[in-house]
Each structure stands twice: as C-alpha cells, then as structure tokens.
Design a protein around this ligand. Sequence first.
Ligand SMILES: *Cc1c(COP(=O)(O)O)cnc(C)c1O
Length: 402
Amino acid sequence: MSAKDGDGGRPPSRVTRLVHSGRPSGDRVTVNPPVERGSTVAFADAGELYAAGPRTYGRHGLATHAALKDALSAWHGAEHVTLTPSGLAACALSILPFVRSGDHVLITDSVYAPVRVLAQRRLKAMDVEAQFYDPRIAGDVASLIKPNTRLVYLESPGSLTFEIQDTPALCAAAKAAGAVSVMDDTWAGGWAQDPFAHGVDVVVQALTKHQGGHSDALMGAVMTNDADHAQTIADTARDLGNAVSPDDASLILRGMRTLDVRLERSAQTGRAVADWVADHPAVAEVLHPARADHPDHALWARDFTGAPGLFGVRLRPVEEASLTTALNALTLFGMGFSWGGYESLVIPCGPQLRRTASPDAPDGPLVRISTGLEDAADLIADLDQAFARLSPVSASPPTGIA
Ligand SMILES: *Cc1c(COP(=O)(O)O)cnc(C)c1O
C-alpha cells in the first residue's frame, strides 16, 4: 500500500486506502500499475527455479494481480485474497475446498441460482449432502446442524428475493458446531456491510458487479482472515489451475477506484426509484431492505450502512403478455443478466426463482431493477410510461347480474 500516513499519523480511512492501495511508488511512475502480461517468468539463477516464492509463473499471478489483491485487501479488510475467473468460480472455491465425501452443508434457500445447481449436481456427485434452509431461520439454524455439518453458506440479502439474514446468529451457530461460515456479499460489495465483523469466516465477491462497475469484465474473489482457511482455498485454487487475466485484473482495479462514489449515487437513485415504484398501483410490494416496509428492515438497519441500487419489485398479477410489452417499452433500462454497471437494468425473475425450504412467493411477477448512474427522474419517467402498459388481472372476475 502506498498511502502516506495522514497528518499526525492519523491512519487513512478505508476509502482513502482503496484509492491509494496497489499503486506503484517511486519517481515518475504511472499512476496505475502496468498490465503485466505473461506466462513465463525468466530467472537469472538456476538455483532459484524450484525455490518457493512469488513470481514463478503467470498462472500464480504477477504484478497486476498483486495490485488488485492489495486494493481488495484494503477495501474488504481481508488479509488473504484469492482471485477467480468469475464470481461463480469464487462461490465454488468457497465451498469445494472445505468438503469431502460424507459431509453435510447448509445453504440459504435464497442463494444465487447457479450455486443451487452446483450443490445439486457437483456436491451430490461428491457425496456431499446439501440442505437448503429458510434464509430467515436465524439462530434456529442450530437445529439443522448435524455432526457432519462442515459449512454454512449465507447470502444476504438473498439473490432476487432480498431477505436479510441474521448473519451474527447464523455465524455463531456455525462456529459453535465447528463449521465454516461463508457469505456471498456481492450485493453489498463490502460497501454496505462488513461480513467479517459479523463473524463470517470466508467472504465471496463477484467482482464482475460493483467492483468492476462497467460490465466489461468477469472476476471473483474469495477472502478470509483465517490463515488455515486461506491455505485450503489457495491449495485448491492451485490444484484446479485457477488463473485470471492481468488485463481483466486491471479493469477491475480501475473500477474499484470509483466504487464508493458509484455506489453512493446508485443507492440514492435506487432509493428514489424504489419509493416511486412502491406507490404505483400496479405494484404489490417493493423488496428494498432500506425501506421501512421491508420485512427485514430492522436487521438491515442493525448490520448494514447502505443499500446499493439493486432491488425487487413484486407486481400485482398482470396479463403475462402485458409484462413483456411493458419491459420491451423501456428505453433507458436495458434487459440483461448481471448488474452493478453504470447502466440501469431490469429483468423478470420468474424462471430463476426456486424455493425448497421456505415459503413460495405470492402471486404476481417479480422484476429486479438495478439502477445505474442515469438521472433518477429520467429513470422514473421511463418506468412510468412502461408500467402504463401493464394490464392487471382483476382480482374477482366479472360476475354479471347478481
Ligand atoms: C453475479 C453473481 C455471482 C456470479 O458472478 P459472475 O461473475 O457472473 O460469475 C455470484 N453471486 C451473486 C450474488 C451474483 O449476483
């Protein structure tokens, strides 16, 4: 880290360290680290070739990767960082290293859908039992823990459905049972909560989203402050040939410099859009944890310091074709997967929703909105003209003459 100490030795804040970490130091150096591309690293001394140490081969990371890891370490308060080629690879690398045949893992029912598939296909093939739990179970998770429970997986808020979990209670129960707690913190991006402070052992980030911030690179990170866990993760990453491109590492690092201001704005805009949407007659419910009407608002207020602009909108039942018409009519919101970029996005969530351990959602389609950096009033005007195309399904069909 190249941040100079502030006046009088005052330690620089996290945002300042994010801006200064992973930067070259010295006279007439570029502000940003060079993109160091390479597979082979040439040695001058044959005696050094097989000596353990950094910078032996491109797959293990070179200067650009080290700079990104510095910035991630400063921002997330993580001593150990492993980069992965995608966010999903980070999810996988937060589970697979810790489990073996005969183990049991608990995974939140609100988990990012591809992790459910990983559990049902990959873990099953390894003879690891994955059990899904109600994201709102809190400390009662202890009743699901078995002697062979090895890992408890959290995601808060949940993907698409935005339940806030009682992270300290879940992690305390995991710890008491000797299980590893893992949290996918992609929504908060380390900006809106500190999972380590809540007791999480291993934190996953899809850097593709907030950290990258520009929808032009895929990457993930697995982070921990536990040296043994770090070694287990690093060994597995090595065994699997895990590697990321230095060009992508450079893009993610560039995105991270503006993370704090982008999220601040996206949060503001998201809240304004959510509040407008909540009053629309076509809307049954807005799933935005910073709003007082969110069922887990108290937990959010206790454990989070912000709410990035990604939230759900449960519509009242509508004619299905009219939802397609309305979404197609949006001009400022793009439609596509992922989020966290500078541009606003919307998707209908229906086909991705899957519940096995907690109540099914009420009727009416769920739409997910990601607010980017456009003007909030423009986004609201766009939604207004699109939502006008929704045709409600009337609650009670016409009954004719009484
Ligand atoms: C997008 C996402 C991922 C996966 O990230 P990719 O880089 O797309 O593989 C994992 N977890 C959450 C919560 C996500 O939103």
